[in-house]
Ligand binder design. Structure first.
Ligand code: GUN
Length: 297
């Protein structure tokens, strides 16, 4: 048996297209495009690549992109002042401060300063709380993207056993909340979990978000399970000096057992920016009161 490949790149392109198609009608009613502000502090090369991709995708969707760059030695007060200015700016529907921040900046204080109703990353405690109690808010982009792929593949998730490996605030915990809200029976496994292979073996849905290359092996997986691999790990390649990307799941082994699996790259990765645009569009509608059909995106 060989699993179907869940094509996150294609799904993300479709989602971006659906978001872009709704920007025009929003602009007609609100008199402006949805706006996303991205703040980059310092020169971290990976962060620069992410911010450039976000800017390009925002513009391609017909939205307004506001980019703010601060030097690596910017003070906490400067950064907080910028966030407060963006909170007050009515053209800005979404605010994203690219993480990680250079030391000694305090990420938690920065996130806490973002207006929760502009927190399209879903990192503010108010949005974590809204997710936990089932109120409308903003959900972190990566786990929401994983949920979209799962629902597209499976349909109704109710009653399924889901195992989330990893308990980060950005992926593991919100993923578990989302699956619980879909009436899955959810287990959150982590570095202290006993007999992880046995735990994973019970899962109809496996979401791996641990950041350890190819940790989840094929013989851990229940035949027919759906496997979502959030990991992006750079490891030495076949040729000296070359590297390659692998996930947290041993892909070939998992593909021999699962019914469907996300590849790395091309699985979960492309979903993150597409969901960021979706969250920004939703924020623009909520903030202006322009109606958005519940199942529009
Ligand atoms: N750094 C890497 N991924 C992300 C993300 O999704 N949001 C923010 N703010 N920073 C990141």
């Amino acid at each position: 048996m060989s699993a179907d490949i869940i094509d996150g790149k294609a799904f993300a392109a479709g989602l971006r297209g659906r978001v872009a198609a709704l920007v025009g009608p929003f602009r007609d009613q609100a008199g402006r495009a949805p706006g996303l502000a991205v703040v980059l502090v310092g020169e971290d090369p990976a962060s620069q690549v992410y911010v450039r991709s976000k800017h390009k995708a925002t513009v391609e969707a017909g939205m307004e992109s506001f980019e703010h760059r601060l030097p690596a030695d910017a003070t906490q007060d400067q950064l907080l002042a910028l966030v407060r200015q963006l909170n007050e700016d009515d053209r800005v529907d979404g605010i994203l401060v690219q993480l990680p921040l250079p030391a000694p900046l305090d990420e938690q204080q920065v996130i806490a300063t973002i207006d929760p109703d502009k927190d399209v990353d879903g990192f503010h405690v108010v949005n974590a709380g809204r997710l936990a109690v089932g109120q409308p808010g903003y959900v972190p982009c990566t786990p929401l993207g994983c949920l979209m792929l799962l629902k597209d593949r499976i349909g109704d998730l109710s009653g399924l056993n889901a195992v989330v490996i990893g308990r980060s605030n950005i992926v593991g915990k919100p993923m578990a909340q989302l699956l619980l809200a879909e009436s899955c029976t959810v287990t959150v496994a982590h570095s202290r979990t006993r007999d992880l292979p046995e735990v994973v073996k019970r899962a109809d849905i496996v979401v791996a978000a641990v950041g350890r290359p190819e940790m989840v092996r094929g013989d851990w997986i229940k035949p027919g399970a759906v496997v979502i691999d959030v990991g992006i790990n750079r490891v030495p390649g076949a040729e000296p000096g070359k590297t390659r990307l692998v996930g947290d799941v041993a892909y070939d082994e998992a593909a021999a057992v699962a019914s469907a699996v996300t590849p790395v790259p091309g699985g979960v990765g492309p979903m993150t920016i597409a969901v960021l645009l979706r969250n920004t569009l939703v924020a623009a509608h909520r903030r202006t009161g322009v109606a958005l059909a519940p199942d529009a995106i």
